[in-house]
Structure formats: C-alpha cells, structure tokens
Design a binder for this molecule. Structure first.
Ligand code: NAP
Length: 288
C-alpha cells in the first residue's frame, strides 16, 4: 500500500519539507508521498483524525498548531510532553502518537558542525515553541542556558520545569540592551525569534549598540533570507555563524526515521532542501 505523510500548518506554501521528504522516500525506494496542507485551527481536528486511516504513516505539524494538536493525540513521547509541543505524529494502527524532533534536530546539527555543548554557556533569544525545544535539547546536551525574552513571563511558564530536570539555574533576562550586554558572557547565541525572517528582513535581534560575544558562535534558526542580518553581522565580526537549514534537515530526518523505521538518507535530504531553498530564494522580491 502506498503510504502518505502530511504537513499541517498555517502557511505551508514555502515549506521545504515536501521536497526534502520526497527525496528521502525516493532514496529509500519507498513509494510514499508527502504533501503540505494549509490548515486552520478549526480544520485541525478533522485533518488529524484522517491520519488514523491505514494509508497514513503520520504527519509533521508546524506553526501555529504544534501545541493545540496535543489534545487530539492518544499518546506523547517524553520529549513532546516536556516541551508541550508536537512536530511529528506517528500513526500506529488507528492510534496517533506525538513526538518532537526540533530540539534534537538542533543538537544534531550543532554536533555535525563539531560544536561542543557540554558545559557551554548558551544564550537563547525568544521564549516561544522553538526556544522551548532548543532549550530542552541543549540542556540535555549539557549546555548552560540564559534566556533573553521579550515576554519573560512566557519563559517563566516552562523554565522552572527545565531547570529542575536539568539541575541548573537558568536565568531569564528581559529584552533590553543591558540584558544583551550581560548575556555576552555566553559563547553560543541561538536566535529562536522570527526577527530577521523574510518577508520582514532585514532586522537583527541582537542590538546594534552591543557587541556580539567574542570568539562565540551564532546559530540563527531562521534560514530565509540567507544569510540573515544576524548571521551576516556575526560573520563580519569574525564569528562562526549559520542559519537553521541544518536543524530543519535533522528534525526532518528524525521524523522520517519514526515513520519508516529506516535510517534517514541525510545527504539526499540536505541536497533536496538546499535546492528547494535556492529556488524559493530566487523568487523572493529582494532575491536574498
Ligand atoms: P513563536 O512560538 O511565535 O515564538 C516566537 C518568540 O519570538 C516569542 O518568544 C516572541 O516573543 C519572540 N519575538 C517575536 N518577535 C519579536 C521581536 N520583535 N523582538 C523580540 N522577540 C520577539 O515562534 P517559534 O515557533 O518559536 O519560531 C521562532 C523562529 O524559529 C521562527 O523564525 C521559525 O521559523 C524558526 N524555526 C526554525 C526551525 C528550523 O528547523 N530551523 C524550527 C522551528 C522554528 P513574544 O512572546 O513577546 O511574542
């Protein structure tokens, strides 16, 4: 039976996942399909319930449904439960199981780049779903976290649980130049806000008046435009810096392994994602 995987999200027309997962199925010799579908909050329950039919292997869930999808599922793995968000659904018989591969995807991409994480001071910008996934993944890898958030109360909702589980004191700083100056002691900056993302680019989440950490690294979860203002500024300052395409590939590879039970063909997935991004970037109004 030809099996299907869906991507449900609010805006999916620029998603790279269909190209990346289709390339993976081809590489693995699987006659499977992966289709992105724009789904409203009202349509989500109906779309998710279709996944209980045997032809479905599962789905990816993206913004803005990662949290609200949880109540529609039968079970969650521990990562998804503690992150309070699901980006991957696995159809098991007629049951739906939720996972979250975002945090692990970030950590795998950093490891692939040879970035040491154990004991490393890391500054995470933002307190939303991606920041939360990144924080759990990085804390599991032994990093020492500081959060800088525009709405610190949002981080306060989940940081105490993470601090307790990881056994570290996690500082939450309000979004101000003073906080960025204080956070400079960190040596890996992870941008988990949408600041700088097309079509609102150019903008940089790190204030112009504060120097970036010396001898640090910048990881911007945003991969469109390429480079982002933050990545360009970090490179100008002589820092190692990258966008979030590698994280996208790794979280997709982990999801594929859950659906198929097979090792993900990461090279083919990365190449397909790169190609799809280049095509997409060439069509953007400012061609960045
Ligand atoms: P989200 O849940 O909406 O959270 C966004 C966070 O950014 C919130 O903390 C928000 O603060 C903050 N923020 C928004 N605008 C800001 C501004 N102008 N100044 C300061 N803080 C601001 O979004 P998300 O799902 O976490 O996604 C965040 C980014 O990560 C997006 O660009 C997304 O594309 C990217 N992402 C990439 C990957 C990947 O695989 N590479 C995976 C997931 C997400 P408030 O609470 O005050 O609004």
């Amino acid at each position: 039976m030809k099996r299907q995987v869906a991507l449900f999200g609010g805006q999916v027309e620029h998603s790279l996942s269909p190209a990346m997962q289709t390339a993976a199925f081809q590489e693995l010799g699987l006659d499977w399909s992966y289709r992105a579908r724009a789904v409203t909050a009202q349509d989500l329950a109906g779309s998710v319930s279709q996944l209980r039919q045997p032809r479905w292997a599962g789905a990816n869930i993206t913004v803005p449904h990662k949290e609200r999808v949880i109540k529609l599922l039968d079970s969650l793995d521990p990562d998804a439960a503690r992150m309070g968000a699901v980006n991957t659904i696995l159809t098991r018989g007629s049951q739906l199981h939720g996972s979250n591969t975002d945090g692990q995807g970030l950590v795998l991409d950093l490891k692939r780049r040879g970035v040491p994480l154990r004991g490393r001071p890391v500054i995470i910008l933002g307190a939303g779903g991606a920041a939360r996934a990144a924080a759990w993944g990085l804390a599991d890898a032994g990093a020492v976290l500081t959060m800088v958030a525009r709405t610190p109360s949002r981080a306060q909702r989940w940081i105490p649980g993470l601090a307790e589980q990881s056994g570290q004191r996690i500082e939450i700083l309000a979004w101000s130049d003073h906080s960025f100056a204080k956070a400079r002691a960190g040596s890996l900056v992870v941008n988990a806000t949408p600041v700088g993302m097309w079509p609102r680019s150019p903008a940089c989440p790190w204030p112009a008046t504060v120097a970036l950490p010396e001898a640090g690294m910048v990881y911007d979860l945003i991969y469109r435009p390429r480079p982002t203002e933050l990545v360009a500024r970090a490179r100008e300052a002589g820092l190692d810096a990258c966008g979030g395409l590698g994280m996208l590939v790794e979280q997709g590879a982990l999801a594929l392994e859950l659906w198929t039970g097979l090792g993900a063909p990461r090279l083919a997935m990365r190449a397909a994602a790169e190609r799809a991004l280049e095509v997409d970037l060439a069509q953007l109004p400012d061609r960045r």
